[in-house]
Design a protein around this ligand. Structure first.
Ligand code: ADP
Length: 634
């Protein structure tokens, strides 16, 4: 993942989490405060309903007493004079706005029944109400005239079959109860008043859990609708007996959700029923969701801003890193002129300027190295041309020395002492000729003038020639030289004279650096390279002093020798015999001219345990084109 996303993504995730928590908390706060408000409002509405009933009761008691204590009322009840009762009670009823007045005599018989009509006039009803038999009236008739308290109850007026809230007081005369005055207000009048004072819809439950009336949705007394508001009898009785308003219930009515609170309708000592107050809960839910929507919008906007800001900040951080990356890649690719170009003072700026300084120094060093390399190259060229000149210049006098010595040898062939001396001169000249030959080989390799003349080469024959040159030395030094696998090798296209030199130098080294009695083996085999080509591999192993791994590369450089030169013994094939340090350089030059490879493997230099060395030579096994065809056809 790119560093840009590594910076932005956690930032984005964090913002998302914070925003989600924010929206959740705010919405919860708002909705819980809204439901708290709803609850308080419901409780308040319940209190207002109770208070309104209490005020209605006071009104009723006042009005009922006004009629009961009007002069002549008690006497008229006693006398059973309905007419005069009507005359006395009617003006009070109409003055006080009473809806329903029922006066009952001590026998429980109706004496007067006035019912307010829709035209505002009272109608006297003669149909018996039967109220004389109800508990409330019976209790008053049997009570003490002086201290009997008013009673109240809900009842249905048989005339219009509507529910009325009645309050009844006794009519005393001479220490006796002569009758009862009942004053009633229709529930249809009461409920709208309750609604307008409590600011909530009101439901009334009387006697059972069935509501008798409700202002809900304007459907007052619609039985089917009312049924949906009913309470179980148990909860009705429980609420009626309780002392507080119970809230928390919601119900669906007329397509709206209401939150409902219910409380006992208690006046004086009487528990008349249960009232319910209902407020639409939609506003709380809607307000909650509107608030949530608003906050979601707000947080989304804030988040967008934060993300944009984050992106800009990440750019500020990442862009310098990117330039640093680009510069370092360019420098790694060799363009040392590249600089980051970052000027900031922060840590990245410091990193960039350190990096630029490093590049500056690297460039300086590289320039110095290039110069030194050129000087060294020049020196090497001088050295090579010196070798070349020296070798050429030495060749002629050497030939002369050799020629004259041979002539001397001819002349003194019968004098053994002289023969020994001339033979010594001849051996030295041969050795010098060999060294001059090596010098010429090296200078040809260095000046890329080495010519490879490929021909059919039997590597076994080449090796046999090499072995032959060392026969005497091997005997002298008691060394064994073995050859393995060479016979099975194919005839390849190579320069046999040059390959002779390669094996000559490898074998002479093995002879020189292996102690007397040691063993030298040349092992040859064919190896397959990955691309389907074959290579001939030779391994020249010895049981000699070995080579430290630090020198494994360097020994292939010309004039490179491990150990001290003066420690070398003088003989060409003696143990640790000296040499000019050219053998391996020539071997490498020739092998590479054949597109091959040469390398050494040895655990290290040890002149006590003689770990030995293995020199590997690999040359592509090139065969003639027609042979190749034959091979592939076969
Ligand atoms: P030299 O003329 O000194 O043999 P070479 O180029 O042939 O020069 O070898 C370079 C050096 O590599 C030698 O001086 C010797 O230290 C080391 N070397 C070469 N062949 C062997 C070997 N078979 N065992 C141990 N050391 C070797």
């Amino acid at each position: 993942m790119s560093i840009r996303y590594k910076v932005i993504l956690p930032f984005l995730l964090l913002t998302l989490v914070v925003a989600a928590i924010g929206v959740y908390v705010v919405t919860r706060l708002v909705s819980s405060s809204l439901s708290e408000r709803l609850k308080n409002q419901l409780i308040e509405a319940g209190r207002v309903v109770s208070d309104t009933f209490a005020r209605q009761e006071i009104q009723h008691v006042e009005n009922a007493r006004l009629i009961a204590f009007t002069a002549g009322v008690a006497e008229s009840i006693l006398a059973g004079d309905s007419e005069s009762l009507d005359r006395l009670a009617r003006p009070v009823a109409s003055a006080k706005g009473i809806e329903n007045v029922v006066i009952i005599d001590e026998n429980g018989q109706d004496q007067l029944h006035l019912l307010l009509q829709s035209d505002g006039l009272f109608q006297e009803i003669n149909t018996p109400t039967g109220f004389g038999g109800v508990d409330m009236v019976q209790a008053l008739l049997l009570g003490n005239p002086d201290n009997t308290l008013p009673r109240r109850a809900f009842g249905v007026n048989p005339m219009d079959e509507r529910y009325y809230y009645y309050t009844a007081v006794v009519v005393p005369l001479d220490g006796k109860v002569v009758g009862v005055v009942m004053v009633g207000t229709s529930i249809d009048t009461l409920l709208p008043a309750l609604k307008s004072t409590s600011l909530a819809d009101v439901i009334l439950y009387v006697e059972t859990g069935q509501p008798v009336a409700s202002t809900l949705a304007g459907q007052v007394n619609n039985q089917a609708e009312l049924a949906s508001l009913s309470l179980s009898l148990d909860s009705y009785l429980e609420i009626r007996a309780s002392s507080e308003v119970v809230h928390g219930e919601t119900l669906e009515f007329g397509g709206r959700t209401y939150s409902i609170a219910r409380g006992p309708l208690a006046i004086g000592n009487d528990r008349l029923g249960v009232f319910g107050v209902a407020l639409p809960a939609d506003f709380a839910v809607e307000a909650g969701s509107t608030t949530r929507d608003n906050y979601v919008l707000l947080f989304t906007a804030v988040m967008l801003v934060v993300v944009l800001l984050g992106y800009q900040i990440s750019r500020l951080i990442i862009n310098p890193l990117m330039s640093l990356l680009r510069a370092s890649q360019a420098i790694a690719g060799g363009d040392l002129d590249q600089r980051t170009g970052i000027q900031a003072r922060d840590e990245i700026g410091q990193l960039a300027s350190t990096f630029d300084e490093m590049t500056e120094r690297l460039q300086e060093r590289t320039n110095e190295l290039e110069k030194t390399y050129k000087v060294l190259e020049q020196m090497d060229r001088t050295k090579v041309s010196f070798i070349e000149v020296a070798a050429h210049e030495l060749r002629t006098p050497l030939t002369l020395v050799k020629g004259y010595t041979q002539m001397l040898a001819m002349k003194f062939k019968d004098e053994p002492e002289m023969m020994a001396l001339t033979q010594g001169i001849l051996d030295g000249s041969d050795r010098m000729q060999e060294i001059v030959g090596s010098m010429l080989d090296v200078s040809r390799i260095d000046s890329k003038l080495l010519k490879i003349l490929p021909e059919d080469t039997n590597l076994g024959v080449v090796l046999a020639r090499v072995f032959k040159s060392f026969r005497e030395a091997l005997q002298e030094r008691n060394l064994t030289l073995g050859m393995q696998g060479v016979d099975g090798l194919p005839i390849i296209q190579a320069d046999p004279d040059q390959l002779y030199k390669v094996f000559y130098h490898l074998v002479i080294n093995a002879v020189k650096y292996t102690p007397d009695g040691g063993r030298i083996t040349v092992h040859g085999h064919l190896v397959e390279t990955g691309d389907g080509q074959n290579e001939v591999e030779f391994v020249v192993s010895d049981t000699g002093i070995g080579i430290d791994p630090a020198h494994h590369e360097l020994i292939f450089e010309k004039f490179y020798q491990t150990g001290e030169v003066y420690m070398h013994s003088s003989g060409k094939t003696k143990f640790k015999g000296g040499g000019p340090g050219l053998g391996l350089a020539i071997a490498r030059g020739i092998v590479e001219a054949h597109q091959g490879r040469i390398w050494v493997e040895s655990p290290g230099h040890d002149e006590t345990n003689f770990p030995g060395s293995k020199f590997f030579v690999r040359i592509p096994a090139k065969v003639k084109a027609d042979e190749q065809r034959q091979q592939s056809e076969a």
